[in-house]
Design a protein around this ligand. Structure first.
Ligand code: UDP
Ligand code: MG
Length: 334
């Protein structure tokens, strides 16, 4: 629970809670009730921003009703289903609090942990991430898939994201400001927040079963998300075949040279007896290697273009810890 020291500080702050929703009508009122009671107990000033991601059930009607009866509640209605990542971004964009908490609207993220996140933020962390403890009820495919993804993702991108890292997270207003600058289109919200690199802490939680309905993220969608993450945050997949080409060319070249010397120049003293067909095969493999190498060189150019088109900022400044500079040049000139 929040201590008195934090309590005093909290009364001067505003918390925004962002909730993406896609066809969550069945459990929405219950969710709203539980999150409102936690927020009322813990906080002075807050807003809940529901983002209806093009639901086709009565999510939007319920949101109208809820926002009419409680002025802490705002909601964004997207014209169609843009996917959770984009819905979250919309919510983050419109949030006006000093800290922004993201939480799923299906009851899987424990609302009672909210004070823990806020406490960690008040003690100086700019990003507080919920780490999902592995859930035995979850399919083995999803569990192992997630573990494999985190291991390979960290390896190829050089980031250090713990396995089980989720969207159940809190970000400081300064992180929100930097996040809004990011222009990536096929975005992975949590990946972008991690990329920004602010001071981070972690809170473990056990995901509850979905209150109502079924998860709209199928295994296939998760695989697509994983592929987008690799491609969005690393150019290693682009370079991979180039490296492979170099290795293939080098090995077949060495073998070809050895055969040429041993068999054609020296008259086969080791009696290797390579046939013409085998030599032709080695020549073909060598040429395949050359083609892959050429593709790898092309990949270098493509990756430079890829980085350029993402238009990521060249660096992210932590203004709170920087001394003697204004947020942008215009301010500095004033
Ligand atoms: N969601 C969304 N748009 C979508 C899919 C999901 O806004 O296209 C919301 C959904 O309503 C829920 C959260 O994102 O609040 C997590 O979705 P889900 O439970 O389907 O995913 P999982 O629990 O498997 O991560
Ligand atoms: Mg869920």
């Amino acid at each position: 629970m929040i201590t008195n020291k934090f309590m005093a500080e909290l009364t001067t702050k505003k918390i925004s809670v962002v909730v993406p929703l896609f066809n969550e009508a069945a459990g929405l009122e219950q969710f709203n009730k539980s999150i409102t009671s936690v927020l009322n107990e813990a906080l002075g000033s807050y807003e809940i921003i529901y983002c209806d991601d093009g639901s086709s059930d009565s999510t939007s009607e319920i949101l109208h009703k809820l926002s009419a009866s409680d002025n802490h509640i705002r909601y964004i209605s997207l014209t169609r289903n843009f996917g959770k990542e984009n819905a979250l971004s919309a919510g983050i964009f419109y949030a006006s609090g000093d800290a922004i908490m993201m939480i799923d609207g299906d009851g899987q993220h424990p609302v009672e942990l909210l004070p823990e996140f806020i406490k960690s933020w008040l003690s100086g962390n700019k990003v507080v991430i919920g780490i999902r403890q592995s859930n035995s009820k979850e399919g083995i495919r999803k569990r192992w898939g997630s573990l494999l993804f985190h291991k390979t993702f960290n390896k190829i991108t050089g980031q250090k994201i713990p396995a089980g890292s989720t969207d159940f997270r809190l970000i400081d207003r300064s992180v929100q400001q930097a996040f809004i600058e990011l222009k990536d289109s096929d975005r992975i919200t949590r990946g972008l927040i991690d990329w920004l690199g602010f001071k981070t802490s972690y809170i473990k939680f056990n995901a509850k079963p979905r209150a109502q309905g079924s998860a709209s993220y199928s295994f296939n969608k998760l695989v697509k998300l994983a592929i987008n993450s690799y491609v969005g945050f690393s150019n290693t997949p682009l370079y991979f075949f180039g490296y492979l080409g170099v290795v293939i060319s080098a090995l077949s070249f060495i073998l070809g040279l050895a055969i040429f010397i041993e068999q054609l120049l020296l008259g086969d003293p080791l009696s290797w007896k390579f046939t013409g067909t085998a030599m032709l095969a080695i020549l073909t493999i060598f040429l395949v290697g050359i083609v892959l190498t050429a593709q790898g060189i092309l990949a270098v150019y493509v990756s430079l273009m890829h980085n350029q088109t993402k238009q990521r900022p060249l660096y992210v400044v932590d203004f709170e810890n920087s001394i003697g500079l204004a947020r942008n040049n215009k301010d500095a000139q004033k």
